[in-house]
Design a protein around this ligand. Structure first.
Ligand code: SUG
Length: 418
């Protein structure tokens, strides 16, 4: 059995809009009320997947959940026609596109029972995200039904869990046992700390992780206050490399010591604040890159185009690939519609280390499959959504029809009526 890393990207749903629903997410707040372009957004996501396929990586997809979420509204004793405007916006959000928040994944070599464990994230801190998990869970149970996987329900509220966005794995190689780092917040000034330590601990227990190879690390209060609402905005790990801003963690020295003890083979690439400030790192989304191992064993960093627009970051990237380190290639992708809601390349994907043969093949894509998906998006995704139109029944009907067409094309009919 060959374990490889598979990137499962959330297909950006037809209801993508800018309602400004996430306090602490500076991009989303800044762009609240802008006209959104769901078709363009989804095609940007497809182009990113084409880029990773072209790098020789295995690519998967997670289709959008039903929006508006009628079940959630019904649980609040209302419906879309009668709901208050803020509830309508929350019910319509396409936020499940950010698949890094779908679940926490512990690959088989790390777990006690030799299975790959996934725990769906409860996302309880933000109302519009708190109703994602039942549909995400149904999808994960379908995609990962093989006995090679164990799919777990969410950690109960009030313990906030934001999934892989606050989780990192370091390992000598993807298929070898590694160490897992769970990053929680304990204060963020004016902004909520979305990941609670108790939730991280519950997930680590459920996955049967060895306590001797598991670290619980506090995200720095300064990072959250500066707009790093998830750890993956200031740090990313891949195989033996941890790429992080020096102000990402509250106890930097403690983390260095732990890594030296538990993972002497790990390589830390840290950016000093006087080279790239926390604000520049967050504005450019440099760390919300996908750090991937290419088939030749070298690493590439898949960054958003915005990274090149910040001079200090641009200079850093040039120096990074000119050096002799593990990252040899910078790949730029344009995911501007997602970025405007605070979601960079890494937010859009959930990484699963597994044998692709054990995954339901309907959730894996090649270039031809992406062409089919792109054709559905071209034909059915709304071109634009203004926030003033989200109560329009014609728009809602179009959004629902678009998702149905996609699931029919993918053959994932089990999820249509969810
Ligand atoms: O949870 N934005 C998302 C962005 C998530 C990014 N994911 C990672 N960093 N892994 C969030 O804040 C904005 C949606 C709106 O306002 O309509 C939003 O939910």
């Amino acid at each position: 059995m060959t374990l490889v890393e598979i990137n499962f990207d959330g297909i950006i749903g037809p209801s993508h809009n800018f309602a400004g629903l996430s306090p602490g997410n500076l991009a989303a707040t800044r762009n609240a009320g802008r006209i959104a372009h769901p078709r363009r957004a989804a095609l940007e996501g497809i182009a990113k997947m084409r880029a990773t396929l072209a790098l020789g990586l295995v690519q998967g997809i997670l289709p959008p959940p039903p929006r508006p979420n009628h079940r959630w509204l019904a649980s609040l004793s209302t419906d879309y026609a009668r709901a208050a405007p803020h509830l309508r916006a929350q019910a319509l959000s396409a936020s499940a596109m950010w698949a890094a928040n779908a679940a926490t994944v512990s690959p088989a070599p790390d777990s006690g029972d030799g299975r790959c464990h996934l725990t769906v994230a409860n996302l309880v801190t933000m109302p519009h995200r708190s109703h994602e998990w039942p549909d995400t869970l149904a999808m994960l149970e379908l995609a990962f039904a093989d006995p090679a996987f164990a799919v777990h329900g969410p950690v109960p509220p009030p313990f906030g869990d934001e999934g892989a966005a606050n989780h990192m794995r370091l390992a000598p190689s993807h298929g070898a046992p590694g160490i897992e780092l769970f990053v929680h917040g304990a204060g963020g000034g004016p902004f909520p700390a979305r990941q609670h330590r108790a939730a991280s601990e519950a997930v680590a227990h459920a996955h049967g992780l060895d306590p001797a190879r598991t670290l619980f690390v506090q995200q720095s209060t300064a990072a959250i206050a500066a707009g790093a609402f998830h750890n993956d905005v200031v740090a990313v790990a891949n195989a033996h490399v941890l790429f992080a801003h020096e102000q990402a963690f509250e106890d930097r020295a403690g983390l260095h010591a732990d890594l030296a003890r538990l993972a002497p083979w790990a390589e830390l690439i840290e950016i000093a604040a006087d080279r790239v400030s926390l604000d520049e790192a967050i504005a450019s989304y440099l760390f919300n890159a996908q750090l991937v191992t290419l088939p030749d064993g070298t690493m590439a960093l898949i960054v958003p185009g915005e990274a090149r627009e910040v001079p200090s970051v641009c200079a850093y990237l040039d120096a990074l690939v000119a050096g002799n380190g593990p990252i040899r290639r910078i790949e730029m992708v344009d995911v501007r519609q997602s970025m405007a809601n605070g979601g960079g390349p890494a937010c859009l994907r959930l990484r699963v280390v597994a044998d692709p043969a054990t995954v339901d093949p309907r959730f894996l894509v090649d270039a031809a499959r992406l062409d089919e998906i792109a054709a559905v998006i071209e034909a059915h995704w709304p071109e634009a959504i203004a926030i003033t139109r989200i109560g329009d029944p014609a728009l809602v009907a179009r959004i629902e029809e678009a998702r149905r067409k996609l699931l029919e094309t993918l053959g994932i009919v089990e999820l249509i009526y969810r």
